[in-house]
Structures are given as structure tokens and as C-alpha cells.
Design a binder for this molecule. Structure first.
Ligand SMILES: *Cc1c(COP(=O)(O)O)cnc(C)c1O
Length: 389
């Protein structure tokens, strides 16, 4: 087994043409980023006002096909405000996958709501609509048009699916469940810029969605995020409360509620404008990498490369291996690959196993728990030397 995975490490290196340490995901920059950032520095527009923020928001809306985008400081802040403008209230429950980055649950906590964990599907690694419906039938009752958790007595307000590693979840049945049970759909699209469900960009299916441009995502603004919505009123409100809820005036400081200083600085938006111009290249390059990895792993027994679902087109942000635990031991693979300088990571610890979320309501999480020992991410940076933009 050690010999086999040492060879795989070497083959992965070969695919990337790498001689030294191979990270999981590195940002790719060119002269355009330097040019736009220099423009900010030269003109002095580096902070909370400037043309790049407006331009980035306009281009994001255009790229995603969602009517409005509001640029903010990070993806977690975007999710926080998405939940707030979607009307999620204190002491309400929000249904979400147990297998996601902790930010999804943290954002729910920031509006004083309670995460309620649902199992995921093996096909998408995202929330499983069938198991969601079964669970709602088991624990829910409708009272005065609202879904109530009869175990806790709390209102269940929303569902927050997450498109894991850039693979869209099956949204149609989720939308159907939301309609039938009066739930609000808020999409955590932090990992799925450039991913589509049945031809439509992810993040625009719910009432509100959230994107992240952290340094490890498919494109980056250094740190950053965006709120997406097709609802103009919600978009205006999200813009208002992410910019300290200040009423526009030539000199007066008047604020009509407790707002947030979540606005993306101009300098970050400048990087974002340049990165967005490369998105098609990033996706093409990542899909090419998938093809190369497929060739490599089709020869390896008990290892399967995760491929986009039939109903979606994935950005393939992080390349993902599904290992058969009877053939391979996750931690030995991680030990060997990382030891060889080929960075590899397991999927997140299921959130119900973490101290801050141990007491949250949850459904049967059998697939989540199995996947926890089976999923490994391998180096996913767009292939070097194949871009000259
Ligand atoms: C990255 C990420 C976030 C948060 O984004 P930040 O910009 O790091 O705050 C939220 N949810 C998921 C699933 C993510 O992967």
C-alpha cells in the first residue's frame, strides 16, 4: 500500500509538472491583478469607496446571471447577511448538511438561529433531498402555515444547501420541499462559482445565496464574499446593512438600524475584477485536470474520482477521491501523500461532532459518517504553464 501510494504521489506530481511541494489549491495571478491593484494605490482609492466595488458587483451579476450581487468582506459575512435578509429569526431552526465547512453553521448562529443537521447524498456530497423529506415527515408538523419541529417546539424557517467542492446538489426536489413546507431556500454557494444546475448558475435558485472569494477558492479577492439575490428590495437592504445602515446624505451621520461594516474594500474588488476575467480559463483547466486524474485513478482499485452529477456542470474546485475503506485506509493515504509533499486533506469533521454544535438537532447521519472516512481532496490548482493571459 505504501509503495502504491508513493507511486500515485509521483504521478500526481507528474500531472502538475511539479518538482517541489504541491499545495491543495493555490491562487493564479497575472499582470491584470497587478495593474488593477496599482490603479487603486496610485489613485488612493484603496478602501471602502471606489469604482472597482461597483464594477465587481456588476460583473458578478452578469457572470452568475443573478440580478444583484453585493460584495462583502468574506463568505461567512455574506452568509450571515443572506440569512438575516431572508428573515431567519432568533431561536428558529435552519436545516443544513452536517458535512460542510463550519462557516455555514456559524452564520446560522450569528442570527441566533439553530442549525439542524441533515444527511448528505453520496452522489453530490451535498444535502440529500430524500432524507430531508423523510426527516421533516418524522419530526415536523404544520401549525398556522409554519413548519414546527415537534421535538423542540421551534419554528423551522429555512434550508441551506451547500454545493460541495463545486458539485451542485439536486435543487429541484429541494425547491419543491421548500414550497410545500413554507421554508426559505438560502444557498451556500461559497464553493460553486462557475457551477451550474440544469444550465443555470448555482447561488441564484434560493431567495438569497452566498459566494466566497477566500484565497483557496476557485477565484480570490484575497478575502471576500458576495450576497446574490434576484430580489431588488432584498439586495438594496443587504447593501444598506453591510455598509453600516447609513442613510445617504452629503454630511450627516444618520444610521437607521444596527448595521455591519462588511463592505468589500476597493483593493480587493480590483483583484476580483481581474480574477473574474480568468474564470473560463480556471474552469477549463480544472476540467482538464479532472480528465488527467480520471486516467490515473481508473487503474487504481478501490479509488474513485468524484465526477459531476448528471444534472449539473461543476467547476471542479477541489478534486475529490472516494476511497473504498475495505481496500484503503484514509489516514495512511493522507500520511503518505502529505509525506511526499503532495498536499491532501480529508473532508470536514461532521459538524454534529464539534463541541459548539454537539447539542443541535439532527437527522440520521449514516452517509455523512461513512463519507467522513472515505473522502480525500488532492491538489487542484489549475495546471501551470497552460495559461498566458
Ligand atoms: C469558504 C466557505 C465559506 C466561507 O467563506 P470565507 O470567505 O472563508 O468566510 C462558507 N461556506 C463554505 C462551504 C465554504 O467552503
Amino acid at each position: 500500500m505504501r509503495k502504491q501510494w508513493k507511486q500515485i504521489a509521483e504521478d500526481i506530481r507528474g500531472i502538475h509538472g511539479a518538482n517541489d511541494f504541491l499545495p491543495l489549491h493555490e491562487p493564479t495571478f497575472s499582470e491584470t491583478e497587478v495593474e488593477y491593484v496599482s490603479d487603486c494605490l496610485r489613485t488612493g482609492w484603496v478602501s471602502s469607496v471606489g469604482k472597482y466595488v461597483d464594477e465587481f458587483e456588476r460583473r458578478l451579476a452578469e457572470y452568475t446571471g443573478v440580478r444583484r450581487a453585493i460584495a462583502v468582506v468574506n463568505g461567512t459575512a455574506a452568509l450571515h447577511i443572506a440569512l438575516k435578509v431572508a428573515g431567519v429569526q432568533a431561536n428558529e431552526e435552519v436545516l443544513m448538511p452536517a458535512l460542510t465547512f463550519i462557516a455555514t453553521a456559524n452564520a446560522i448562529s450569528y442570527v441566533q438561529a439553530i442549525p439542524h443537521f441533515i444527511d448528505v447524498s453520496e452522489e453530490t456530497l451535498g444535502i440529500d433531498p430524500k432524507k430531508l423529506e423523510e426527516h421533516i415527515r418524522e419530526i415536523g408538523i404544520i401549525d398556522k402555515g409554519q413548519l414546527i419541529n415537534k421535538v423542540t417546539g421551534r419554528v423551522i424557517r429555512a434550508v441551506v444547501p451547500m454545493h460541495t467542492f463545486g458539485h451542485a446538489v439536486d435543487l429541484d426536489p429541494l425547491i419543491d420541499i421548500c414550497e410545500r413546507y413554507g421554508l426559505v431556500l438560502v444557498e451556500d454557494a461559497a464553493e460553486s462559482l462557475g457551477s451550474y444546475y440544469k444550465g443555470k448558475h448555482t447561488g441564484g435558485f434560493g431567495l438569497v445565496g452566498a459566494l466566497s472569494f477566500n484565497g483557496n477558492k476557485i477565484m480570490t479577492t484575497g478575502g471576500g464574499g458576495a450576497i446574490l439575490t434576484n430580489d431588488e428590495k432584498l439586495a438594496d437592504y443587504a447593501k444598506h446593512i453591510t455598509t453600516t445602515a447609513k442613510i445617504p446624505h452629503r454630511w450627516e451621520y444618520r444610521h437607521d438600524e444596527i448595521g455591519y461594516n462588511y463592505r468589500m474594500p476597493n483593493i480587493n474588488a480590483a483583484i476580483g475584477c481581474a480574477q473574474l476575467e480568468k474564470m473560463n480559463h480556471f474552469i477549463e483547466s480544472k476540467r482538464l485536470l479532472t480528465t488527467r486524474y480520471q486516467q490515473l485513478f481508473k487503474k487504481i482499485e478501490g479509488v474513485q474520482l468524484l465526477i459531476e452529477p448528471s444534472f449539473g456542470k461543476s467547476n471542479y474546485w477541489l478534486q475529490t477521491l472516494l476511497i473504498d475503506e475495505n481496500t484503503h485506509a484514509r489516514d495512511s493515504i493522507l500520511d503518505i501523500l502529505n509525506g511526499e509533499g503532495v498536499m491532501a486533506r480529508p473532508i470536514w469533521t461532521p459538524l454534529d461532532q464539534l463541541t459548539p454544535y454537539a447539542d443541535c438537532p439532527k437527522a440520521d447521519l449514516s452517509v455523512t459518517n461513512l463519507l467522513n472516512n472515505r473522502v480525500i481532496n488532492i491538489p487542484s490548482t489549475p495546471l501551470q504553464g497552460e495559461y498566458h493571459g
